[in-house]
Design a binder for this molecule. Structure first.
Ligand code: AMP
Ligand code: MG
Length: 338
């Protein structure tokens, strides 16, 4: 299959929407990361996403909508009070809500779960595409399973060339990490996956908000995650990533760097000068910038052929929680306290 990479002109958007309606899979930009979309009401179309990504069958997809009217047919019952407040505050935006599912949503999409994950993206290209397709769009991140999520159309092309017919190129993604996933089916809202909408932002409208322990800790043997995607090694470049935390971070990385070949450092902008002429990629000045730059930096590490990757930690608060959640998985939870 030949994969076209097109700017999101009216013509390209119409073609992408037609492909979705025909049961095909299309790559498209959102404000979080690039998505791999298919008609969420068509089980065979959804199956093509799993094939293209090499995604494990028990990892459910997020269903994307472009208006609130599209929500009711996808969920069982009415949205709860917390859901209504969260939607009013943060949709469209980088927030996914988990609801009890309606029978209309194929089991293939929810990986057999009784719940469905729904998001209304803010990116104008994503919104227009969903509007034109006139169907809800199931879409995980557009990477091959296990790889860092794509934040540019070129990243999608790198992973999906020959596997899908079309990628819409909307430039670089603003947030750079996947959406915040919030489970609303328990007694209190619970963050299953942190993202661009922070715990404080959620608490501002719901008062309470729990964070699932699996966000920052590996699952125990035989433990079943509430967010199935959490159990996989994820976001990983080919090189071995180690995270450094604490006041001796720069010193410790410098010590270890000298002993290895093909090493690379991922550091905050403010620390760059302390690493001398060692090979380094800047992650930007703060946690927000780090969120935006992390996946691109991990992919760049692969292109550079880095075998050993040393990365500075950030404090796991605000957007930093989402950064550490992804980084810990990219590093298979290898952390050096300094
Ligand atoms: P991706 O779009 O690739 O970031 O993957 C979507 C993620 O959303 C999955 O890894 C799941 O962990 C999570 N997710 C999707 N549907 C559900 C659901 N019904 N319940 C809990 N988590 C979900
Ligand atoms: Mg993903």
């Amino acid at each position: 299959m030949k994969t076209q990479l097109l700017p999101p002109t009216g013509e390209a958007l119409s073609r992408a929407a037609a492909l979705l309606r025909e049961g095909e899979v299309v790559g498209f930009p959102t404000e979080t990361v690039y998505g791999l979309g298919a008609n969420a009401l068509d089980a065979d179309a959804a199956e093509k996403i799993f094939q293209a990504k090499g995604r494990p069958g028990d990892n459910p997809l997020i269903v994307h909508i472009s208006s609130e009217e599209e929500l009711a047919p996808l969920i069982a019952g009415e949205p709860c009070e917390a859901a209504r407040r969260l939607m009013a505050a943060y949709w469209p935006g980088p927030m996914t809500l988990i609801f009890p599912k309606s029978p209309r949503v194929p089991e293939r999409v929810t990986a057999g779960l009784a719940t469905v994950a729904i998001r209304m993206p803010a990116h104008p290209v994503a919104r227009r595409l969903i509007e034109l397709a006139k169907v809800p769009v199931a879409a995980p991140s557009a990477n091959r399973s296990g790889r860092p999520s794509p934040t540019t159309a070129e990243d999608v092309f790198e992973d999906m060339n020959g596997r899908i017919p079309l990628i819409l190129d909307g430039g670089a993604c603003g947030v750079g990490l996947e959406s915040t996933v919030i489970d609303l089916t328990g007694s209190a809202p619970r963050v299953l996956r942190p993202g661009g909408i922070t715990q404080a932002q959620i608490e501002a409208v719901t008062q309470t908000c729990e964070v699932d322990p699996a966000v920052l800790h590996p699952l125990g043997e035989g433990e079943r995650p509430r967010s199935p995607g959490m159990k996989y090694k994820h976001y990983a470049p080919r090189g071995e990533v180690t995270i450094f935390h604490g006041p001796g971070t720069v010193r410790e990385i410098c010590n270890r760097y000298d002993r290895s070949e093909d090493a690379l450092i991922l550091a905050l902008e403010g620390n760059l000068s302390q690493y001398g002429d060692r090979r380094i990629i800047s992650l930007g000045p703060d946690a927000r910038a780090m969120a935006q730059n992390l996946f691109g930096a991990l992919r760049e590490a692969d292109r550079m052929g880095a075998k050993v990757i040393f990365c500075e930690a950030v404090e796991p608060t605000g957007v930093g929680l989402a950064v550490m959640n992804r980084l810990l998985r990219a590093a298979a939870f290898r952390v050096v306290e300094t």
